[in-house]
Design a protein around this ligand. Structure first.
Ligand code: COA
Length: 375
């Protein structure tokens, strides 16, 4: 029998894949996409530029930029009318759970877009399907949120972030809001081998179609410990209500054994660099919650330092993301789906990389149940 290697719970510190897509340096508070500081990319580039970088390996030159932006905008319009017409029904069945609705809708879209097991596809077809699927995301998320998206699609702005805001709110977005959302989307494309990227790579390793890859990523992302924290961070601010109640509220929550949403990270032992840029963006956008949020952040950090001295717990991406997503006019139910829109770019890029590896991911487990009876 082959020797079994023991891995720690949560696979912390275990390397299970090689990637050239990006890296997170938790001790330094730095992350990058293909060697480019991701926070600089978010400040200086469009989402489509960075999408090109992550998926195709380099930042586009001017003609490539125009071609890729047009390709993405066209891909957004590939979904058939019957699918768009079905989205309100998908939403109705799923009630208020927009992640569940999006999961169904993305699965339907993969079939409608002709996604097939990637082992049956040539390289260029795989890239086409990766672009189509990720470009469909904003339409699907808006379409499970409100009626009328099918009719408005033709008039939506060319850029992904602006188009998404237009489709979700029904109004042309302000350039400031669209740019703030675009920053958020760039910052959340990729982030090491987090749970959803691992899930996506595992499914890709089986030869399944890219739609299955995206849905697997989405399922992992739906958990509050991964992508579901921002709406909970806003709920916390609402529950706290006023600055004078913050410390008491935070102490009681920790005494009950609860986790403060938007704080702590598996990899970072510094402030999450995404939080730094999103805090700045949230301040620029302003809004009624910003002052309270800044105060609560200070309080939480102080209480965590006191009560959890053995662990460096700092603010993570989700806390300030909540403020930004709220200020640009996105409803809370769409916070995690919005995270999925950018991460789908990362999942599909990782899937293409995993395909080149060609080996199915198949770890082992240790049986700890009752001894088997043999007859
Ligand atoms: N609030 C309070 N305590 C926290 C905490 C938080 N947000 N995050 C971690 N801790 C505490 C744990 O209770 C534990 O304390 P203990 O040793 O006294 O039991 C210690 O820190 C280590 O926690 P652990 O679960 O080992 O950390 P992890 O690396 O596995 O978890 C997260 C990382 C992100 C899952 C975790 O920090 C968390 O649940 N954060 C809140 C949810 C969130 O914001 N998610 C978005 C992530 S980007």
């Amino acid at each position: 029998m082959a020797t079994l290697l023991e891995a720690p719970k949560g696979l912390e510190g275990v390397v299970v894949a090689e990637t050239a897509i990006g890296d997170v340096r938790g001790e330094e508070g730095f992350f990058h996409y293909r060697g480019h500081d991701a926070t600089v990319l978010a400040r200086e580039h469009t989402l489509e530029d960075v999408w090109h970088l992550v998926l195709l390996g380099h930042l586009p030159d001017a003609p490539e930029r125009d071609r890729f932006a047009a390709r993405v905008a066209e891909a957004r319009r590939l979904l058939p009318a019957e699918l768009l017409a079905a989205l309100p029904g998908v939403a109705a069945v799923n009630g208020d759970d927009r992640m569940a609705a999006l999961r169904t809708a993305w699965s339907m879209a993969a079939v409608a877009l002709g996604c097939r097991p990637w082992i049956d596809l040539a390289g260029p077809e795989r890239i086409d399907q990766a672009v189509w699927l990720a470009a469909a995301g904003p339409v699907l998320a808006a379409g499970v949120h409100r009626d009328g998206v099918a009719d408005e699609l033709a008039d939506a702005p060319a850029g992904t972030a602006a188009a998404y805001l237009r489709l979700v709110t029904g109004d042309p977005p302000s350039p400031v809001a669209a740019r703030a959302l675009e920053r958020y989307l760039v910052l959340t494309i990729d982030h090491g081998l987090n749970a959803s990227t691992f899930a996506a790579r595992t499914v890709a390793s089986t030869g399944a179609d890219l739609g299955a890859v995206v849905v697997a990523g989405l399922c992992a992302l739906s958990g509050p410990l991964h992508g579901g924290a921002p709406s909970r961070a806003l709920e916390m601010l609402e529950a706290i209500g006023t600055a004078d109640r913050a410390e008491q509220w935070v102490r009681s929550a920790i005494a009950r054994g609860e986790r403060i949403m938007g704080f702590g990270h598996r990899v970072y032992r510094t402030e999450d660099p995404r939080a730094t840029l999103l805090r700045e963006t949230a301040r620029e956008l302003g809004g009624s919650r910003v002052e309270l949020a800044m105060h609560v952040e200070e309080v939480v950090l102080g209480v965590l330092r006191e009560l959890k001295p053995d662990r460096v717990l700092d603010v993570n991406v989700e806390y300030h993301a909540a403020l930004v997503l709220d200020a640009v006019g996105l409803p809370r139910a769409l916070f995690t789906p919005t995270f999925a829109l950018s991460r789908a770019i990362g999942w599909t890029a990782h899937a293409l990389e995993q395909m080149a590896d060609g080996r199915i991911i198949r770890p082992s487990s240790r049986y700890v149940g009752p001894s088997p009876s043999r007859r």
